[in-house]
Write a protein that binds this ligand. Structure first.
Ligand SMILES: O=C(O)CCc1cccc(O)c1
Length: 384
């Protein structure tokens, strides 16, 4: 009965489980799938996330699989490199003054391995949480086939389509962008194709904005697609669009391409009785800035701290604080990133690019900007 249940064995659910296990709690993770998800999705770890993973004893293994990226770049489609931001200016603020580029699918096996070293901790695959029942001091997870499991608390970290959130009838209000995002991974090595390419590059343009992002395995390209076009037509014209970024005299070698709808949504509450919502189950945002998985891991660590003490007021406060951060920081910064990259007003775009240039050239301004984009300022007060 003192067991804590976690729905979802993604990076958020497994981080919550490991953080609780390390605080001496028994945890059962219930995962709908038959195995850990293999898709690569998020791939940037920000400094405070690396600190948290270090506290959990897994940062070393993650670094063995990832790529340290001390800089990232803002570019303009026509003018090329505009500003290179160097996270080294955060050396006094974090023990990880860089981003680690690494697919989330490389973190989850590490978390699982560490979790299963703790007595009384277990993961049940093929266990989709479909319903929730609650009574004082107890929450029951109900599977689609009628199996049940009792716990003292449950963390719903079962993704954007969270069955936990639906079972609780918690509203998930927000917007869906008219554009879909097309993400292609390529076998090509982009370094050398464009001057001053960093591992993460935000390329501004009113129509053909894009992100060029390196993971340990491959380069990825994110492109917007217009509203209302068939997915098949967008995938068909992808090779021609890639040639407008750089033409190596042959087609780019596309490894994989997929399209998805982008939402900005936040759950009406992150706590309903003995259930907490975390990660994509609680909040979703566009991927620009790499805030989604990172903020989900921050939810997980904050909840584990509050739940380990079994203090009701601390649990309420953690859920409220994580919702405030989702609304005031993650939603707002990710949406601003989107609006700025595609700004159609030439004067506003030029002014913003000039601000980025000036920021990169001034260490104090760069530190202030990077404290925000690296998510440090969302978590703790920072000295000026
Ligand atoms: O801003 C970031 O760090 C990630 C942006 C991005 C780029 C390409 C694919 C993707 O899923 C996210």
């Amino acid at each position: 009965m003192n067991r804590i249940l976690v729905a979802g064995a993604g990076p958020v659910g497994l981080t919550a489980a490991l953080a609780l296990a390390r605080r001496g709690r028994r945890v059962t993770v219930l995962e709908a799938g038959d195995a850990l998800a293999g898709q690569s999705r998020a791939s940037t770890f920000h400094p405070p996330t690396l600190e948290m993973l270090d506290d959990l004893g897994v940062a070393g293994e993650l670094h063995e699989r990832g790529l340290v990226s001390p800089t990232f770049a803002y570019r303009d489609r026509r003018a090329g490199l505009v500003a290179l931001l160097d996270l080294a200016v955060l050396a006094g603020d974090t023990r990880y003054p860089y981003r680690l580029q690494c697919e989330q699918s490389k973190l989850t096996p590490i978390l699982l391995d560490h979790l299963l070293r703790h007595d009384g901790c277990e993961v049940h695959f093929g266990w989709p949480v479909a319903g929730i029942a609650q009574e004082p001091g107890r929450v029951t997870a109900i599977a689609a086939d009628g199996r049940t499991l009792d716990g003292r608390w449950l963390i719903g970290a079962d993704g954007a389509h969270s069955a936990t959130r639906r079972a609780l009838a918690v509203d998930f209000a927000g917007i869906t962008y008219p554009e879909r995002f097309l993400v292609a991974s390529v076998h090509d090595e982009l370094t050398g194709w464009l001057d001053g390419l960093a591992a993460v590059n935000y390329v501004y343009d009113p129509v053909e904005w894009c992100v060029l992002l390196r993971t340990p395995d491959r380069w990825r390209v994110l492109l917007p697609t217009p509203d209302g076009t068939p997915d098949s037509a967008e995938l068909e014209r992808l090779p021609a669009r890639l040639l407008t970024i750089h033409d190596p005299g042959r087609p780019w070698r596309i490894a994989h391409a997929g399209m998805y709808r982008v939402h900005q949504r936040v759950a009406a509450t992150f706590r309903a009785g003995r259930v907490l919502l975390a990660g994509d189950a609680a909040h979703v945002n566009n991927p620009l800035g790499g805030l989604g998985m990172n903020s989900g891991i921050h939810d997980a660590v904050a909840y584990a701290k509050a739940l380990a003490g079994d203090d009701d007021a601390a649990v309420t406060a953690a859920a409220a604080e994580r919702r405030r951060i989702a609304l005031e920081y993650v939603q707002s910064v990710s949406h601003q990133n989107y609006e700025r990259m595609r700004d159609a007003d030439p004067a506003a775009r030029a002014a913003h690019l000039e601000t980025l240039r000036a920021t990169a050239a001034d260490p104090a301004r760069a530190r202030a900007a990077l404290l925000k984009s690296s998510m440090i300022a969302s978590l703790r007060p920072v000295a000026a």
